[in-house]
Design a protein around this ligand. Structure first.
Ligand SMILES: C[S@@+](CC[C@H](N)C(=O)[O-])C[C@H]1O[C@@H](n2cnc3c(N)ncnc32)[C@H](O)[C@@H]1O
Length: 219
């Protein structure tokens, strides 16, 4: 039993330490992240990812950018992709139980520090992750993700809009206007760009005004 508890405790404290450094409300944020991981590990994969997969005829190398509790990574492995799961947080060992390790390549580092290989992936999946990259390195990270796609490769994910509530008090996150999103995607063929704005709640149940852009684009 202690071998199961220990990684979880380490993980939660690492989350606390990490977000203490980067967020304005660390206590609230840590609670939200812990709950977010606990909730999403039993959730189905992202519908946007399922939609993006319709544009890929043959599974190949994929990268899950901000892989979190691995709900999308697991789907991709099941569908015979070879998946690099990139996240700055340590991976709780229990989330990897039963995964085909020959197709699963976890990398624990920040997006900005990762050396995205050129022209490697047929799919880059970034669900609710890139907005957490700080503004000073955002454009460079985004360009390096695009460069890591093979010709015909698909990039899907979400960005946060400038009217998102977190824009008010999270200076280490990055928010975009529609025009800025279109500029980011301008080197790609945009297959979907869906701007949404609504009053809802976070995964942890905290009320929040959301402003997001869902995108699917092809190189
Ligand atoms: C909201 S969660 C989304 C997780 C998963 N994609 C999903 O849809 O459930 C964001 C994830 O991105 C990771 N993350 C945030 N900022 C990061 C950064 N700068 N570098 C690497 N990972 C980061 C977090 O640790 C977290 O696992």
């Amino acid at each position: 039993m202690s071998s199961l508890i220990s990684p979880l405790v380490t993980w939660r404290w690492t989350l606390l330490a990490s977000y203490n450094k980067t967020m304005d409300s660390p206590k609230e944020t840590t609670t939200q992240w812990s709950q977010y991981y606990a909730i999403t590990q039993v959730q189905p994969p992202s519908p946007l990812l399922l939609e993006a997969l319709e544009y890929i005829s043959t599974p190949g190398k994929a990268i899950d950018i901000g892989s979190g509790a691995l709900k999308d990574t697991k789907l991709l492995i099941e569908k015979s992709f070879d998946v690099t799961a990139l996240d700055s947080e340590p991976l709780p060992i229990e989330l990897t139980v039963g995964l085909d390790s020959s197709r699963f390549h976890p990398v624990m580092t920040s997006f900005a520090s990762f050396d995205f290989p050129a022209s490697k992936y047929c799919l880059a999946n970034a669900m609710y992750s890139l907005p957490f990259n700080p503004p000073d390195s955002f454009n460079d990270v985004f360009a390096r993700i695009v460069a890591s796609l093979r010709p015909g490769g698909v990039f899907c994910g979400n960005l946060f809009g400038t009217r998102d509530q977190w824009q008010l008090d999270r200076p280490r996150m990055t928010f975009h206007t529609r025009e800025q999103v279109m500029t980011l995607l301008s080197g790609l063929e945009t297959l979907k760009l869906d701007e949404k704005e609504w009053d809802g709640s976070t995964a942890a149940g905290t009320p929040k005004h959301w402003h997001t852009f869902d995108f699917i684009a092809k190189k």
